[in-house]
Design a protein around this ligand. Sequence first.
Ligand SMILES: Cc1cc2nc3c(=O)[nH]c(=O)nc-3n(C[C@H](O)[C@H](O)[C@H](O)COP(=O)(O)OP(=O)(O)OC[C@H]3O[C@@H](n4cnc5c(N)ncnc54)[C@H](O)[C@@H]3O)c2cc1C
Length: 392
Amino acid sequence: MTDTDSCDVIIIGGGAAGLMCAITAGQRGRRVIVMEHTDRICRKVRISGGGRCNFTNIHTAADRYLSENPHFARSALARYTPEDFIRMVRSHGIAFHEKKLGQLFCDGTAQEIITLLRTECGRAGVRIITGCQLRELTNNGGFKLRTSQGTFTAQSLVVATGGLSVPSAGATDLGYRIARQFGIRVAACRPGLVPLTLAPADLSVFKPLSGVALPTTVRFNGTRFEESILFTHRGLSGPAVLQISSYWKPGQPLTIDLAPGQDLPAWLAANGARKTLLKNALAEILPARLAETLAQRYLTDKPMNRCTEKELRRAAELLAGFTLTPRGTEGYAKAEVTVGGVDTAELSSKTMETVKVPGLYFIGEVVDVTGHLGGYNFQWAWSSGHAAGRYA
Ligand SMILES: Cc1cc2nc3c(=O)[nH]c(=O)nc-3n(C[C@H](O)[C@H](O)[C@H](O)COP(=O)(O)OP(=O)(O)OC[C@H]3O[C@@H](n4cnc5c(N)ncnc54)[C@H](O)[C@@H]3O)c2cc1C
């Protein structure tokens, strides 16, 4: 290695977005170096989708993303679509299936997606350097990076360091620090797609239900998700809770319809003459342990035919609009993503280049664009990586 290596594009972060950007820029004939601080690329891809990588969602659209600017993602998503990535997956002979709700998973393992990215990087002449720590970054009409593996210069610098979630998979705050170094605003960050915790009083009621799951509609501030929730030994999880966690604000309650699609007043009226205990009747539409807990804690242990009309109405209201105020989240250690990040107002939605610093790009999760659960976050990584790769 010479004292200073020079190339056209340096990409910091060997994850999903960084490698897609590297492939796209490399295919244009740019000399590209990817710098990854851990000893291997794509650690999050490896653990994603329970090891099968939910690599895209066929229903991708800008309204599946949170951002201070809800329109920002539209351009990149339109110019590199789920179909574009699926074409690449097919060309590598990777078998996949739709699990539910447009979510595409590998039939085999996430390693197949990593092999795809590595192979395409190889074909595009991309150089990947692992175990490379940035020590100093300067910009004097070109970027100079002093690292643990030597000094590098490039015309373009792409920051693809991801979010703060799961530090054990390599997450750091370097991307946000680089933004601040160049006077670029970062929207406040918080864990997203994360299990929620309950205060001790609520936890003592619901912890015994740990492991119980049921279909629900969970609502917060006008946003709703119709999916399952799961009671855990710390609070609540399951797809509906993970989804709403990205929107939830501390101190505020969630509303949970525990029997979505059921006409509860009609059901209770039709069953009101039965001698069955209320908890046993409710167990016909809810998991039995939950029915018992709700009846004991909030309703009555009487049989249906001895319940007053008010008591039956109360049961219907409780099931349709159960409210719980989470105490907090399980934090970045358990979050799938980081909500917030580099302010999209600082970036071109077409190229992902910063307005203030020509040649500096931010892509992927480090940007204030956060997808819903279900393959949307990888699609944002592919689309934003591709957008920057066409111009860097
Ligand atoms: C457990 C889990 C499961 C998930 N499953 C899915 C799923 O199935 N589908 C889906 O769409 N999304 C999923 N996600 C979210 C998805 O993994 C991310 O949104 C996506 O990886 C973001 O891509 P990225 O390239 O921006 O960041 P990352 O993939 O996180 O890549 C960032 C890279 O930068 C490197 N880096 C960080 N700091 C530095 C530094 N200081 N110097 C150099 N390199 C650095 C990291 O080591 C990493 O390699 C999951 C996330 C988690 C945690």
